[in-house]
Ligand binder design. Structure first.
Ligand code: HEM
Length: 300
């Protein structure tokens, strides 16, 4: 399923997928590999629909087991008055969006994180030092980040540099709209060019280089920058943002707390350029050795 999802986002289509994301109303008439995206979507929708049907057979309103059961409860309670919102089609779409939104994004960011840690050992050493000094042996918690400005800045910089959703998601106007004296027709598709913001030289020094200092002030404290918007902005900002931030911090610190990471190839040979840019930036595949930190130097 995950590989289908990845395929949907990068596809064999990549460049075409990106164009399709920006100009869906034009590209739908042009033949090409981007149509595989639709095929893959149907495949996933069928999968979710079958899962929904299985849930329906054993559904107990008092014992919801998962997201599908919670949505079925909504359909049961509010489906009559809000039929356009709570029905089986919206159940399937919402389950798919949750699956899409919550998996490949965090996974790609985590993979970029480890790739960048292997590429820049001096940065990695600083992250290790902070983990050892602040967390030590106990399990990390999300509040630890307040005492770990370097690690926090590092994760912010990973999100800027990796830029996993370079064009956010397209949005279509549901009514004629006027913004700053510009008039737009209902149906106009808007794309937020997040990648432009993340690479804005007026906001980030040498944006093409990876540097956690982009998010540190002269006293080594975390410095927020409104031009970091991996989750987009506005009313439709990613609803999984907080969960994603927690996941990233806990995954990264827990792994580094327990493992020494090593690359089988020297850092200068590691490429950090994304391999695909359809809807998302996908990191290249790479090899990593995870050595338990309890091992002695000789065992490592
Ligand atoms: C590093 C991780 C993540 C990144 C970079 C990310 C990024 C984004 C972006 C850019 C959007 C488009 C916002 C817009 O429409 O303007 C989005 C939407 C969305 N994300 Fe995330 N996301 C991440 C993690 C998650 C997680 C963990 C979940 C849920 C478990 C999630 C669920 C969603 C959903 C459901 C939408 C669609 C919202 C809508 O239709 O309005 N995302 N995400």
């Amino acid at each position: 399923m995950a590989s289908w999802e990845s395929d949907v986002k990068t596809g064999d289509s990549r460049g075409m997928a990106k164009l399709y994301n920006i100009y869906p109303n034009v590209l739908k008439y042009i033949p090409g590999p981007h149509h595989k995206i639709k095929e893959n979507f149907s495949f996933m929708a069928d999968y979710v629909r079958k899962k929904m049907e299985i849930n329906m057979k054993t559904f107990d309103i008092n014992n919801p087991r998962d997201f599908i059961d919670c949505f079925l409860t909504k359909i049961e309670k509010e489906g009559k008055t809000k039929a356009d919102i709570y029905n089986t089609d919206t159940l399937v779409m919402n389950t798919m969006i949750m699956f899409f939104g919550g998996t490949e994004t965090v996974s790609a960011t985590t993979r970029f994180t480890f790739l960048l840690l292997l590429k820049y050992p001096s940065i990695t050493e600083k992250v290790y030092n902070e983990i050892d000094n602040v967390i030590g042996q106990r399990p990390p918690n999300f509040e630890d980040r307040f005492k770990m400005p370097y690690t926090d800045a590092f994760i912010h910089e990973v999100q800027r540099f990796a830029d996993v959703t370079p064009l956010g998601l397209p949005h279509e106007l549901t009514m004629d709209t006027e913004i700053r004296n510009y008039k737009f027709k209902k149906g106009t598709v808007f794309t937020s060019v997040l990648t432009g913001v993340h690479n804005d030289e007026t906001q980030f020094k040498n944006p093409e280089h990876f540097d956690p200092k982009n998010f540190l002030d002269e006293n080594g404290k975390l410095m927020k920058n409104e031009s970091l918007m991996p989750f987009s902005a506005g009313r439709r900002i990613c609803p999984g943002m907080t969960l994603a931030k927690i996941e990233l911090f806990i995954f990264i610190t827990t792994l580094l707390q327990n493992f020494t990471i090593k690359s089988p190839v020297p850092p200068e040979k590691i490429s950090v350029a994304p391999v695909g840019c359809g809807i998302g930036h996908i990191p290249p595949t790479f090899e990593i050795c995870l050595i338990p930190r309890t091992c002695s130097q000789e065992e490592q």
